[in-house]
Design a protein around this ligand. Structure first.
Ligand code: 1HN
Length: 353
């Protein structure tokens, strides 16, 4: 007769026996799932990304020091990375995204290169510097949203008489996670121009597109500059006609006029107006989101902290962190996230309380 008692769901193995087993199989590149399952499959997102806020006046002083320390030419790109406090050393503002503040002084050039990482820019300070994307120059003004899609040549220069500062957002961590980084330097500092400045806005941004225009292989919008005056006019039109959404205020998404999708497949960008005094109802979504304040100021309330963000400040809300925004003056906010990636993979979720 077998004297093993019926299984009680417990073995008599001690913790030490298990640890010894793990060590033995570890040597053969194996590991027990049961020690990790709860951390791998969580009920809701658990991120190292933390809510964080960068005051523009404070960062601007460091940018001024950086412009004394290194030229745009020496640096290639003179940028202070906005490092998430929960992700230090990873050049990450969220788990999937990078952000930084780039400065270019009068007369400087940031030479042409291209890479598989897609970039977006939101102009914060200055007027009249340019960025060129695939053979076309765009003169930048505060609040303009400019894209540099994957594998497009791009260089920046400042022919104005004042420093220019913008927020860069890139899908660096997403591309790194997929081991899909490629890059190339141009032999020219400034790329040759093939079309007049601003052509993309007129050709694609007036509710008309060339009749045979087809989506590009890199899934990028052919319109790559979204002037701020147009964004503001669209927000004002919503405000004049509708009541604000309780969770979002007046919120628009930037689109590719050919497809109606996000201007780039890996990052979505949004513009939002909150009327003076408007407090949004508690909201969360699964895309960690980077915000920049263009007008006014907002008090941002999360479960465990609160801060007030003013003009040109940047803040980040992690995935699934419930937050509320309270506009102290009328506020205009820009934001970007990996939402289009999550949507394409049927992962994106939101909760409106
Ligand atoms: C880049 O190419 C730029 O072209 C800015 O302005 C920031 C951060 C990481 C990788 C490439 C630019 C960047 C970057």
């Amino acid at each position: 007769m077998n004297d093993t008692p019926p299984s009680t769901g417990k073995t008599s193995a001690s913790r030490a026996e298990r640890e010894a087993f793990y060590a033995r199989i570890g040597a053969d590149n194996l590991a027990p799932l049961w020690e990790q399952l709860h951390n791998l499959v969580t009920k809701t997102p658990r991120s190292d990304c933390q809510a964080a806020h960068w005051s523009y006046p404070q960062v601007r002083r460091y940018i001024a020091e950086a412009t004394d320390l290194i030229t745009a030419e020496e640096a290639e790109r003179r940028v202070l990375i906005l490092e998430n406090p929960g992700l230090r050393g990873k050049a990450a503002i969220t788990t999937s995204l990078y952000a930084g503040l780039q400065a270019i002084l009068p007369g400087e050039v940031a030479r042409a290169h291209r890479h598989s990482q897609a970039a977006l820019r939101l102009i914060l300070e200055g007027d009249g510097a340019y960025t060129s994307v695939n053979g076309e120059k765009t003169i930048m003004h505060r609040g303009d949203f400019v894209t540099t899609p994957s594998w497009t040549w791009h260089d920046h220069g400042n022919d104005s008489d004042a420093p220019m500062v913008w927020l860069d957002g890139l899908d660096v961590q997403l591309v790194a996670m997929l081991d899909a980084s490629f890059a190339e330097s141009s032999t020219q500092d400034r790329q040759a121009l093939q079309r007049p400045a601003g052509d993309n806005v007129l050709r694609y941004g007036n509710g008309l597109v060339p009749v045979d225009a087809a989506p590009a292989p890199n899934l990028a919008s052919p319109m790559f500059c979204y002037p701020y005056e147009r964004t503001l006019a669209s927000l004002r039109a919503l405000q004049a006609a509708d009541r604000p959404d309780p969770h979002l205020g007046y919120k628009l998404r930037y689109v590719d006029p050919l497809s109606g999708r996000s201007p780039m497949p890996t990052m979505g960008a949004y513009a939002r107006l909150l009327p003076r005094g408007h407090a949004t109802a508690p909201y969360r979504c699964s895309a960690g989101t980077v915000f920049a304040v263009l007008e006014g100021s907002v008090a941002v309330t999360l479960d465990d902290r609160r801060f007030v963000a003013g003009p040109n400040d940047v803040f980040v809300i992690p995935s699934w962190a419930t937050h509320q925004l309270h506009a102290q003056d009328e506020a205009v906010l820009f934001s970007f996230s990996d939402r289009p990636v999550q949507e394409a993979l049927a992962l994106w979720r939101e909760q409106r309380d």
